[in-house]
Design a protein around this ligand. Structure first.
Ligand code: GCB
Length: 594
C-alpha cells in the first residue's frame, strides 16, 4: 500500500472539509442503515478534526460508540478504467466504510492508515454517497486497551493512557486513482562505504503480468545519479550525500512499472542514505555516536484535538529547532505521515512508537494506583490482544520503514514488564518487529514500577528506554534524595552494556507560577528538576539520550492529578515557552555546537 501521490500516472482527490455528522447515541445506526441514505438529524463536522472539543456539549466530548461521517463524492470522468481507492490516514479507533449503503471495508487501529478498493463499487463520471462510521470504543483486545464499566450514569469508557481518547477522522481522507497494473509497495535500505552509497530496493507490482520495473535515483538538484531495472536491485551512488541528523538530505527514487515499453505507473519515494547501529553502549548514526535531545510529544491541540494541521505541525518543528532538539518519540502512537515526511526533510531523528500504551494494571491515567484488573490473563490482555499488537507492529513498520528519520522502534510504552506473563507476551513481539525490519534496533519503554533487576522484558531490547520521575511522583520536592536514588538505579541499568535513552522525565508546571525557593508546580522547580536529571545523565556513560516529558501541555481525561490536562509541557498547549524551555535551549544548543 502506497500513500496516494500525484504523479504522471496517478491522481488523488482530497476529501477533507465539511462532512455530515451524527453520533449514534442509541446504537441504532447499523440496524436502521444510516449509511444507505443521507444522514438525518445531522450536523456538520470538519475533517480532519477530533469531534470531541468542537461543540460545547459534554455528551459529545465524552461520547463512546459509533460516529457517522458522510459526504457525496464525485469521481472524475478521466478516471475511467483506473483502479480507484479510498485512503483513510487515521480513523480513531475503528472504521467501517460504505459506498451507497454497501459495506466495502473495515479497519481497526486508530493511528494507522487503511485503503479500500472501490473500483468495482464506483464509476468514473458519477457520484456516490460515502459513509464512514468511526467507533472509539477500547477493549482488552484493542491497542491501546480499555474497558467499558457500568457506572451510575451509564456505561463509561475506562482507559489507562494519560491522554484524552480523542476520536474522529484525524488526518486526510483521499480518493485516489492509479493504473490497474501498479507499484504496490517499495522497500529501500541504505548503506555506504567511504564516499560510495548504496540504495537497495524491493518493489512489489500488482495487477499485471510481464511488467518490468525501472528505477531512477535523483539527487536534490534533480540530477539522475543511478538507474536500475528489475523488482529488486542495488543502486550505487558515487560521492554520496548522507542523510544526517540536523541535515536531512533526500534523494528521490522514481519507481516505474513498465509494460511493452510504456510506463503504466510511476511513484516517488524519498530516500535518505544513512546507517543505524548499536555498538555496546553506543548508538551510532553513520558510524558516529548519537546523543538524543528532545521530547516525548503528542498530537494534541486546542479545538482540533488530535487532527493533523500543517501550520500547527510547522510551529512544533520550529520550536524543536529553536530549542536545539535533535529528536522526538512519537509517544504514544504513530503520528501523521506528514510529520514523518517533514522530519525526514528537517533531519529530526525519530523513535517511532506503536499505540501500545496502557498495558499495565499498575498504572491509571499515567499515575500509580491499582485498577482492579490483572494485566495479562485470559480475560484481560490475552493472546488475541497480542495478535492485534503484532499486526500493529507490522503495519507501523510497513508504513514507516522507508523514513530515514526513524532510527528505533518502540513496541510499547510502560507495559507491565516485571512478570512472567509480560515476558511471555513480549518475547514473540520483538521477533515480529525484527522480522518486519532487520535494519533497525527495537526496544520498548520501561516503567518505574519495573526497575533495574526486576524488569523481565528489557533482555529482548537492543536499547534500554526508561521513563523516570524521581523528584516528581517519588521523592516529590526532594531533589537531593531524587538525585541519589536515580543515580543508583541508573548505575544498575548501565551494567547491562546497552545504550540507555531516558525517554521521559518531567514535572508538572503551571505557567506563571513562581516560587523561590523552588517548589513542585512552579516554573523554578521544573528547571531545577531537569537540571538535577542532567547531572545524573552526565555522570553515566551509557546514557545516550534525554527526551523530556513533554514537549507541550496536553489534554487528558479528568482526574485529581491533572489540572486542565497534563502540565509537564516545556511549552504551554498553545506553544509558548515556560522557563524550562529557555533552560533546555541553553543546554542543548551548547551540546549541538560542540
Ligand atoms: C508516564 C507516561 C505518560 C504520562 C506521564 C505522566 O510515564 O508514559 O504517558 O503522561 O507518565 O505525566 O504521568
Amino acid at each position: 500500500m502506497i500513500r496516494p501521490q500525484d504523479t504522471f500516472t496517478r491522481e488523488r482527490k482530497n476529501l477533507n472539509g465539511m462532512w455530515s455528522f451524527r453520533l449514534d447515541h442509541d446504537g441504532v445506526g447499523r440496524e436502521q442503515r444510516w449509511a444507505a441514505a443521507p444522514l438525518t438529524e445531522a450536523e456538520e463536522m470538519a475533517v480532519p478534526a477530533s469531534y470531541n472539543d468542537i461543540s460545547a456539549d459534554a455528551a459529545v466530548r465524552d461520547f463512546s460508540g459509533d460516529a457517522y461521517y458522510q459526504r457525496t463524492v464525485r469521481v472524475p470522468k478521466g478516471w475511467d478504467g483506473q483502479r480507484i481507492t479510498l485512503y483513510v490516514e487515521s480513523a480513531t479507533h475503528h472504521a467501517t466504510v460504505w459506498v451507497d449503503g454497501k459495506e466495502v471495508a473495515s479497519h481497526s487501529g486508530g493511528y494507522l492508515p487503511f485503503e479500500a478498493d472501490l473500483t468495482s463499487h464506483v464509476s468514473a463520471g458519477q457520484e456516490f454517497l460515502l459513509t464512514i462510521c468511526v467507533n472509539n470504543v477500547l477493549t482488552f483486545q484493542t491497542i491501546p486497551p480499555g474497558v467499558i464499566e457500568d457506572t451510575p450514569s451509564g456505561p463509561k469508557q475506562i482507559y489507562w493512557h494519560d491522554f484524552f481518547n480523542y476520536a474522529g477522522l484525524h488526518r486526510t481522507v483521499w480518493l485516489a486513482a492509479s493504473a490497474q497494473t501498479r507499484v504496490e509497495d517499495v522497500t529501500v535500505t541504505t548503506d555506504y562505504e567511504g564516499t560510495t552509497g548504496t540504495v537497495g530496493y524491493t518493489v512489489v507490482v500488482e495487477g499485471g503480468e510481464d511488467v518490468t520495473v525501472r528505477t531512477e535515483l535523483r539527487d536534490e538538484d534533480g540530477q539522475v545519479v543511478a538507474k536500475g531495472t528489475g523488482a529488486t536491485g542495488e543502486l550505487v551512488v558515487e560521492d554520496v550525500h548522507l542523510w544526517q541528523p540536523g541535515a536531512g538530505y533526500l534523494y528521490t527514487l522514481e519507481v516505474q512499472a513498465v509494460v511493452d515499453d510504456e510506463v503504466v505507473d510511476s511513484i516517488h519515494q524519498t530516500v535518505g542514505v544513512r546507517t543505524v547501529t548499536v555498538d555496546g553502549t553506543r548508538f551510532l548514526i553513520n558510524g558516529e555516536p548519537f546523543y538524543f535531545t528532545g521530547f516525548g510529544m503528542h498530537e494534541d491541540h486546542d479545538t482540533v484535538g488530535k487532527a493533523h494541521v500543517d501550520a500547527l505541525m510547522l510551529r512544533d518543528f520550529h520550536l524543536l529547532e529553536w530549542i536545539g532538539a535533535n529528536s522526538f518519540r512519537t509517544s504514544h502512537y504513530p503520528y501523521s505521515e506528514d510529520v514523518m515526511d517533514y522530519a525526514d526533510r528537517a533531519g529530526i531523528v525519530i523513535i517511532d512508537e506503536t499505540p501500545a500504551v496502557g498495558l499495565n494494571s499498575g498504572i491509571g491515567g499515567g499515575i500509580f494506583g491499582g485498577q482492579g484488573y490483572q494485566t495479562f490473563t485470559p480475560e484481560t490482555i490475552n493472546d488475541e490482544t497480542r495478535e492485534v499488537h503484532a499486526r500493529v507492529i507490522r503495519d507501523l513498520i510497513a508504513r514507516d520503514k522507508n523514513h530515514p528519520s526513524v532510527v528505533l522502534w518502540s513496541i510499547a510504552n510502560e507495559p507491565e514488564s516485571d512478570t512472567e506473563g509480560a515476558e511471555n507476551y513480549f518475547r514473540p513481539l520483538f521477533d515480529v518487529a525484527r522480522e518486519a525490519d532487520p535494519t533497525r534496533p527495537v526496544g520498548f519503554v520501561n516503567v518505574m514500577l519495573a526497575p533495574h533487576g526486576k524488569c523481565r522484558v528489557s533482555q529482548f531490547a537492543d536499547v534500554i528506554m526508561l521513563n523516570r520521575y524521581y523528584g516528581w511522583y517519588v521523592n516529590t520536592g526532594d531533589l537531593v534524595a531524587a538525585e541519589k536514588v536515580w543515580t543508583e538505579e541508573l548505575t544498575g541499568w548501565a551494567s547491562e552494556g546497552k545504550p540507555i535513552i531516558i525517554t521521559e522525565y518531567g514535572a508538572d508546571t503551571m505557567p506563571g507560577l513562581h516560587q523561590l525557593p523552588a517548589a513542585p508546580w512552579s516554573e523554578e522547580y521544573q528547571v531545577e528538576y531537569l537540571d538535577m536529571n542532567h547531572r545524573v545523565f552526565d555522570s553515566i556513560e551509557a546514557v545516550v539520550g534525554e527526551q523530556v516529558w513533554n514537549f507541550a501541555d496536553f489534554a487528558t481525561t479528568a482526574g485529581i492529578m491533572r489540572v486542565g490536562g497534563n502540565k509537564k509541557g516545556v511549552f504551554t498547549r498553545d506553544r509558548q515557552p515556560k522557563a524550562a524551555a529557555h533552560y533546555l535551549r541553553g543546554r542543548w544548543t551548547a551540546r549541538a555546537s560542540k
